[in-house]
Design a protein around this ligand. Sequence first.
Ligand code: B12
Ligand code: SF4
Ligand code: SF4
Length: 283
Amino acid sequence: MERLDDDARRLETWLNKGMHGTMKYMERYFDLRIDPALLVPGARSVITLLLNYFPKETQNEDALKISKYAYGKDYHEVIREKLNQLIALIKQGVGDIHGRGFVDSAPVLERTWAQRSGLGWVGKNGNLINKQMGSFFFIATLITDLDLEPDEHFAKDYCGTCTRCIDACPTDAILPGKIVDGSKCISYFTIELKEMLIPGEMKGRFDNWMFGCDICQDVCPWNRFAKPTNELEFTPIPEILDLSTKEWEMMSEEKFKTIFRHSPLSRSKLKGIQRNLKFLQSG
Ligand code: B12
Ligand code: SF4
Ligand code: SF4
């Protein structure tokens, strides 16, 4: 299995320029990100999987905007379960292999592996785009000691001369060369930035996004073909679609915990959500 040497250079530059902001975890385990055999001893193959989360339902027009990936149950929980089932199935079929499944939180360059597995290209907005599905999907990887014939890398790039995502990003986080400055992304400010105040220069630029941001995907022509997910676990929590600003303001800790216990919103806690809300109101 190859090491990701080109990606190592890209990742290093990204980190050196501070584009990870306060996401310190991105500085850790650099070697493991570049070489999965260090993460899973004996690894021979990376299997990449995509799971569509594009919802059928839309939020009420005046609701505070929440990213579509967070409408339903937390994808970490949903996908971890599926990965375990897949590992069990493979074991049934081919015997006692060693394999570990990952989604999002491990030191794995998931978009790179998806591109190398032939599943799509990295768009100018940094997302992995698939010609049939668009980009509203999660990526998971299964790193195993199975010796598999690799698929060909996805060689093409279908962004062409389009610049819609770059033009639409309200915080100018999308730079030339498929680089997204994480430290300027609304998703970073509203989800990853802990406790601290959102910088004043960002005031008035969040376009009502309270948790995450989908702008650079919503404007992407490849998402015109996105079909709704059939994953029932991603059925939207009704409050995500309907809650008014007033209801968010008045929400109690207890109510938040009950409704969002298994939702990605629990990552920000009520405190984080209300900080975002205040920031939106101040702009
Ligand atoms: C840190 C992180 C963030 C940060 C920083 C974003 C960033 N630029 O990396 C923040 C919080 C801002 C963020 C936001 C979002 N994220 Co995020 N995030 C991650 C995480 C944990 C690590 C990404 C990483 O390693 N970044 C470092 C940079 C340098 O790497 P990179 O962007 O992946 O780019 C690499 C490749 O794309 C490649 N590459 C770049 N150019 C080229 C060109 C060619 C030709 C090739 C071959 C390769 C290549 O090289 C880079 C370095 O190796 C991954 C999960 C994971 N473990 O991978 C999810 C992940 C990338 N995020 C995801 C999602 C869904 C989002 C959001 C859409 C959520 C939202 N709606 O709010 C936004 C989208 C923002 C955007 N336009 O990118 C999905 C992406 C799914 C997809 N279809 O691509 C992932 C994979 C999580 C998952 N398991 O599904 N995210
Ligand atoms: S998610 Fe929003 S803020 Fe982040 S790069 Fe895309 S458009 Fe810009
Ligand atoms: S909006 Fe255009 S440039 Fe941006 S990722 Fe989609 S196709 Fe590529």
